[in-house]
Ligand binder design. Structure first.
Ligand SMILES: [Zn+2]
Length: 272
């Protein structure tokens, strides 16, 4: 018998949630992640035959009808997923009319998907329109990135350029830059819609004074994206801690050379 609990998907979720916690980005129940899976990928598992519960989604997710999502639970701690994935995560399927999610595995002690699930699903919908390989939405609280939302203008061009200038890796990993929404109350459809609208143009969206939303084709790539953004923010923090006197920096010409060398297209609105 092939069990979903033993699958590479659950193992990968356990690994990424613990790594994220270990980086200091998921205090208490901070953070949530969803991984899109297809019926074909799940066909090998024998323990996904029965709908255990259903959840109202509160918005129209019919564009994702029939898609499965392995998602972390509302109020659950990233620190614990590795020890008890069957309690703190669940595998749900979006119903044909897009109004509900059906639970096939996990959340065994009655949990439900993260309160940010609407933001996740809206972001999956938006990204799938520009990237058919879209699989993962991840939210967490990277310290230095959040700190930038206090000290810097909430200006996508300025913030993206700042992050690009902190290390050569940044432009290569997120050449489109970083999107920013205004500060909003989390857990609502409104913040979901605002975040998803940014996801058309960006894979990273700043939630000022709160955290980051990032998307990607797999868990590793999405986590790596967050790591790279946070590393750039950390370098900026260290520069300020060392007195803030910048003696030299990566020039715009050097950024353009970098983009050319790595075959990426820098957002022309940020690097003309
Ligand atoms: Zn959060």
């Amino acid at each position: 018998m092939t069990k979903f609990a033993d699958s590479k998907y659950v193992k990968a979720l356990c690994d990424i949630t613990f790594r994220s916690y270990d980086h200091g980005w998921d205090e208490r129940n901070g953070g949530n992640v969803s991984l899109r899976l297809t019926a074909a990928e799940l066909a090998e598992f024998d323990d996904l035959t029965e709908v255990k519960r259903t959840y109202d989604l509160g918005f129209d997710a019919s564009e994702l009808a029939g898609q499965y999502f392995l998602v972390t639970g509302s109020g659950r701690y990233f620190r614990n997923v590795i020890k008890r994935p069957e309690l703190d995560s669940g595998l749900v399927k979006i119903t044909a009319d897009g109004s509900q999610a059906e639970l096939y595995w996990g959340f065994e002690d009655g949990a439900k998907p993260t309160s940010e699930f609407p933001t996740h699903l809206m972001s999956h919908i938006a990204r799938l329109k520009v990237d058919p390989n879209q699989r993962v939405v991840m939210h967490c609280h990277p310290t230095n990135f959040i700190a930038l939302s206090f000290t810097q203008a909430l200006d996508e061009r300025k913030l993206s350029r700042l992050l690009w200038q902190m290390q050569a890796e940044s432009l290569v990993v997120f050449p489109e830059g970083v999107g920013i929404i205004p500060y909003m109350t989390p857990g609502t459809n409104e913040i979901g819609a605002k975040t998803a609208a940014k996801m058309t143009d960006y894979r990273v969206v700043m939630w000022p004074h709160h955290g980051i939303f990032a998307v990607g084709a797999d868990l590793d790539e999405t986590f790596g994206l967050i790591e790279t953004v946070e590393k750039a923010a950390l370098i900026y923090s260290q520069i300020m801690a060392q007195g803030g006197q910048i003696k030299q920096r990566i020039t715009d010409d050097q950024l353009k050379e970098l983009a050319q060398a790595f075959g990426v297209e820098a957002n022309p609105k940020f690097l003309a």
